[in-house]
Design a protein around this ligand. Structure first.
Ligand SMILES: C[S@@+](CC[C@H](N)C(=O)[O-])C[C@H]1O[C@@H](n2cnc3c(N)ncnc32)[C@H](O)[C@@H]1O
Length: 380
């Protein structure tokens, strides 16, 4: 009898598994007549409901496992189900927010008249410095986001080294709004390579001029070598930038920012293109970007750090060297109309001021604090 009943259930196409006990107690024997057919239909409905519930459970477990796997990858293992659900909803929300932020920044930048170009064509950075440069470039993007409502800028990363570019792209920089990477490929790369090849030769020919521009007294062999290296870097930076649309089409708008300039920057005008050296010199080589400006024949300027901080009652040496992202943010804030003392007292790191107060200025050419200039730690 039981076997016959099992066969009947299977024939009805149900996929559920009935226990012998259930059949005996619920079906109560061989189904026959109208009431038996009702019981059969009821059993089928029940089986379908069970199937649906089980499928739902399977899907939920699959989603949870998926979330946990992703959480493990993101380093947030050990979450409760609620936390996992929260993570999922946060992820959805932040991707929505990211999309709307990107749109907002694009819209603002469309009306922007400020370009900040980081010239990364210098090959003087060590591997560690290149890592640091990539972080600073991310900092430039973050600064642009912070200041977007007041002075959005178009940021251009000019000919970064492959590993710098790779690190940025890994972080999604290829899709960041108002952040354009011009890679070392095609014509631009050829120019950069040609510049690199001729740099040493050009530097040798103009070593004395470069040293003078950098304010270095030639005589000591080490100082001479550094001046020659800085000159070679400057020439390389100039050659790589010479082919850019800004230098070709509107050289009058280009301002190379360099701590070694005699000229103090005051205003940031509409349409200006500020060029920052993509250099992280843990041991400062003076005059690299000044040499680039002199070679290109474009304007150059330094941030008025000493004067701005003096007006706030602080003393700091002229020629202080800041990180790329700090300089970029200073320009954005000046464009927004902030005054230099307010900008620089906020952005110049305290340790530079502390060092300046503690240490007497070193003599020219003595490593990183040359010419009394102080140095912002690139990794900080
Ligand atoms: C770490 S610095 C590298 C300094 C490098 N030795 C040079 O000759 O430019 C990175 C870049 O930030 C900008 N920068 C840093 N400090 C600056 C200052 N006080 N005034 C203007 N630009 C500055 C320059 O464009 C510089 O190339």
């Amino acid at each position: 009898m039981e076997a016959a009943c099992f066969a009947a259930v299977a024939a009805a196409g149900t996929t559920w598994t009935l226990t012998r006990r259930w059949l005996v107690t619920k079906a109560g024997g061989i189904p026959s007549g109208a009431s038996a057919r009702r019981r059969e239909r009821k059993a089928e409905r029940y089986a379908r409901a069970v199937d649906r519930r089980r499928a739902k459970g399977r899907e939920k477990r699959r989603q949870l496992a998926d979330l946990k796997r992703r959480a493990r990858e993101e380093g947030t293992d050990g979450m409760t189900e609620e936390e996992a659900a929260q993570l999922q909803s946060n992820a959805a929300r932040s991707s929505r927010e990211r999309r709307s932020e990107a749109t907002e920044l694009e819209a603002l930048v469309a009306g922007s008249r400020l370009t900040i170009l980081v010239n990364c064509a210098y090959d003087c950075n060590t591997a560690r410095e290149r890592q640091s440069l990539a972080h600073q470039l991310m900092g430039v993007y973050a600064a642009n986001k912070r200041n977007r409502s007041r002075s959005p800028a178009q940021v251009v990363v000019w000919l970064p080294a492959p590993e710098v570019e790779g690190k940025l792209r890994d972080k999604g920089a290829g899709n960041w709004p108002a952040f354009r990477i011009v890679p070392r490929e095609g014509a631009a790369a050829t120019d950069a390579a040609a510049a690199a090849a001729t740099a040493a030769e050009a530097a040798a020919a103009s070593e004395a001029a470069a040293a003078a521009a950098a304010g270095v007294v030639v005589g000591d062999a080490g100082v001479k070598d550094r001046a020659a290296a800085a000159a070679a870097d400057g020439v390389q930076g100039a050659a790589a930038l010479a082919g850019s649309e800004w230098v070709r089409e509107s050289p009058g708008r280009v301002v190379i920012l360099t701590p070694d300039s005699e000229v103090e920057l005051d205003r940031v005008e509409d349409g200006d293109v500020f060029v920052i050296g993509g250099i992280v010199d843990r041991s400062v080589r003076r005059g690299q970007t000044l040499r680039t400006a002199l070679d290109l024949g474009v304007r150059h300027a330094r941030l008025p750090i000493a004067r701005a901080l003096a007006s706030e009652g602080e003393e700091l040496a002229v020629g202080s060297v800041l990180n790329v992202d700090t300089v970029a943010e200073a320009i954005m804030r000046r464009k927004a109309g902030d005054e230099w003392p307010a900008i620089l007292s906020e952005l110049v790191p305290k340790r530079i001021r502390a060092k300046a107060a503690k240490k007497p200025a070193k003599k020219r050419g003595e490593g990183k604090d040359t010419d009394g200039g102080e140095w912002e730690d690139a990794d900080a």
